[in-house]
Design a binder for this molecule. Structure first.
Ligand code: H2U
Ligand code: ZN
Length: 352
């Protein structure tokens, strides 16, 4: 299959991190759209919302009061999905009823006291403070002997289930390795054993060489629409250096990570001139005390939007029962993200 064919005929692409396929049907991008109607949502937001449980000085649902914080703020989730203490219990019946106790710590991180800011609208200095907090949290939670994995993730936009527009993320630190990182860990290990090199180091090298799917880059990081992307504008952020986690980053690399995330999310917002919803998260080396030298630090962005601020992709039908599928090729998605400006549309319209 040559480059031209892969833009025209149906084909399958392999995701080497998840070891599964994605179906690409480029010709279907031309079909008439009979789904939801396009409409630009208005997005005027106050800098402070008296009803927001994340704004400084406000009360949260369980009665705790936020301090008058001036940059970032971390607190234990008032409705944690996991608890640090849980009696060890297990069910094992014929390999069919299988269950185990799971322990964990859930936290919420506010990125800014400003209710209306988002990563793409924050200054490099403000984003650097967020990178520093992520790094501290990974270090602190990961060093607890019973915490074996730290998942930092951001749900942005109501479409992605975010409960609040105030810029924030969540951290779930767990005793067990979650499914996705466990799968990636094994893929990276297998690749290293077979090829004597890191899967994502090799992959990044190939993408930087081909260029077609690279959205933006700096000295420390690059963002690509992965060859095997499932979501229309899915991206993968990779460190150029082979490192495993935030605490491995140099001072300069922390700034470079912030720079890359800002530029990428500005492009996302500019794509449909709206606050682009997504779930993003870092995949870092497990904190189980094993070295895991094969692990390569990266972040996934999974945005659901397809062709406007209101038309989103759903994983239904064949995708639920068979294989995930996409119409827009990763190369066209990358071209669209590359062609938009990395100056935020709201910044170019008015000074904040
Ligand atoms: P999401 O926007 O991704 O839902 O994250 C918000 C989190 O904030 C969510 O996990 C927590 C919810 O449990 N939360 C509190 O800890 N305190 C509150 O007062 C409300 C929401
Ligand atoms: Zn707020």
């Amino acid at each position: 299959m040559n480059g031209h064919e892969s833009q025209n005929s149906p084909h399958r692409r392999f995701n080497p991190l998840r070891r599964e396929w994605v179906l690409v049907s480029p010709h279907r991008a031309k079909r008439p759209w009979l789904g939801q109607v396009e409409k630009k949502p208005s997005e005027q937001m106050p800098t402070y919302d008296p009803n927001c449980y994340l704004c400084p000085r406000n009360s949260r649902a369980q009665g705790a009061k936020n301090p008058p914080y001036t940059n970032t703020f971390v607190f234990d989730n008032d409705f944690p999905a996991l608890l640090p203490e849980a009696p060890p219990e297990a069910i094992e019946e014929n390999g069919l009823f299988v269950a185990r106790t799971e322990r964990g710590i859930c936290r919420v991180v506010c990125f800014s006291p400003r209710h209306d800011l988002t990563i793409p609208r924050m200054t490099p200095q403000e984003i650097r403070q967020v990178v520093d907090v992520w790094t501290e949290q990974y270090g602190e939670l990961g060093s607890l002997p019973w915490i074996h994995h730290v998942q930092i993730f951001e749900n942005r936009g109501a479409m992605m289930g975010a409960s609040n527009p105030h810029p924030h993320c969540q951290i779930w630190a767990t005793a067990e390795l979650p499914n996705e990182p466990a799968r990636e860990l094994e893929s990276m290990l297998n690749f290293r054993e077979r090829n004597g090199t890191c899967l994502l180091c090799r992959y990044l090298e190939m993408e930087l060489d081909r260029k077609a799917r690279v959205i933006c880059q700096n000295q420390g990081f690059a963002a690509v629409v992965p060859f095997w992307a499932v979501w229309p504008f899915e991206t993968l952020v990779l460190s150029r250096r082979h490192l495993g986690c935030l605490t491995d980053l140099s001072n300069t690399e922390r700034d470079q990570l912030g720079d890359l995330l800002r530029r990428l999310t500005v492009r996302y917002d500019n794509l449909f001139e709206a606050a682009f919803p997504y779930t993003m998260g870092f995949h870092q080396r497990p904190t189980d005390g094993e070295g895991h030298p094969q692990w390569h630090f990266h972040a996934h962005y999974y945005p659901p939007l397809l062709r406007s601020a209101t038309v989103q992709k759903f994983m239904v039908g064949f995708e639920m029962l068979g294989t995930p599928q996409r119409d827009l090729t990763p190369e066209i998605a990358a071209a669209r993200l590359k062609e938009v400006s990395d100056v935020h549309y709201a910044e170019s319209a008015r000074k904040r």
